[in-house]
Design a binder for this molecule. Structure first.
Ligand SMILES: C[S@@+](CC[C@H](N)C(=O)[O-])C[C@H]1O[C@@H](n2cnc3c(N)ncnc32)[C@H](O)[C@@H]1O
Length: 250
């Protein structure tokens, strides 16, 4: 496979994402299939109808990601938030992610800039890079920064854990509403799809919470099922006909 150097993660001899339209792919496979925007809109509507929710946990939507890389999934999420109804009371999105081999902010910017011909995304790239550049990636462990410029009454906290995925998953103090599993192809990086890790993901997922992945590999589906998810093959994107959606049932 001929991978452009900019997109190559040499640790895994794999690309961070496909160049074709990786933001559209993220929106379909992770945001669309897991109904992230609809679920955040439900929070907004609940706030309007039940002001008692304000200031409680019900104002939060918690996402977990395995494999931050250059932050394309965060970019796609932020670029999708325009479809959330404007909310007077803030909705807080906690975006907890992990990266074992963080790359410098300049490289994140160069990689994400491949999407900058899309006008709406261009300012979003700045927001993600601004947030990421405030993190000291040389220091292992948790880091937390707010992503600027999101608007619409939504606050997005980027909580990046520099280290191994299991450490981040186990460090979470609250279960996630949604997981984006995006840690390279299983063949290139079997570790991030190991059953113990996916089982830990299950333990840190709300009832009805989701896990999405671009791979439909049998062993990944089986490990997610063993972790408590009911697993379905759903619509993929572009050349990828199928993707994976797990819904936590246990
Ligand atoms: C496919 S890339 C992530 C792409 C990113 N989600 C995006 O959309 O831009 C996978 C990332 O997971 C990281 N990674 C792989 N195994 C890991 C592990 N066991 N713990 C933490 N990070 C890991 C890699 O270094 C790589 O940056």
């Amino acid at each position: 496979m001929n991978i452009p150097t900019l997109l190559l993660n040499p640790r895994y001899n794999d690309r961070y994402f496909d160049v074709v339209d990786a933001v559209a792919e993220a929106k379909r496979i992770h945001i669309g299939n897991a109904r992230i925007i609809e679920r955040i809109n439900d929070i907004v509507n609940n706030n309007v109808n039940h002001s008692i929710n304000i200031g409680t946990d019900k104002n939060r939507f918690r996402i977990g990601e395995l494999g931050f890389g250059p932050g394309r999934l965060l970019l796609a999420l932020i670029d999708s938030l325009d479809a959330v109804a404007v909310t007077v009371e803030p909705v807080i999105i906690d975006y907890n992610t992990v990266e074992m081999y963080p790359i410098p902010a300049e490289r994140v910017e160069r990689i994400l800039s491949v999407f900058s011909d899309r006008v709406r995304v261009a300012s979003r790239i700045r927001n993600v890079v601004d947030a990421y550049s405030r993190i000291d990636i040389e220091t292992p462990g948790p880091h937390s920064v707010a992503v600027p410029g999101v608007g619409g009454g939504i606050v997005v906290n980027l909580n990046l854990y520099v280290g191994e995925a299991m450490e981040m998953v186990e460090s979470l103090d609250a279960p996630r509403a949604a997981w984006f599993l995006d840690g390279h192809a299983p063949k290139e990086n079997p570790d991030i799809w190991r059953p113990e890790l996916l089982s830990a993901v299950g333990r840190k997922t709300e009832l009805g919470g989701t896990a999405t992945a671009f791979t439909v590999a049998g062993h990944v589906r089986r490990a997610l099922a063993a972790a408590g998810f009911s697993v379905a093959k759903v619509a993929g994107c572009g050349g990828k006909k199928e993707a994976l959606l797990g819904t936590f049932r246990l």
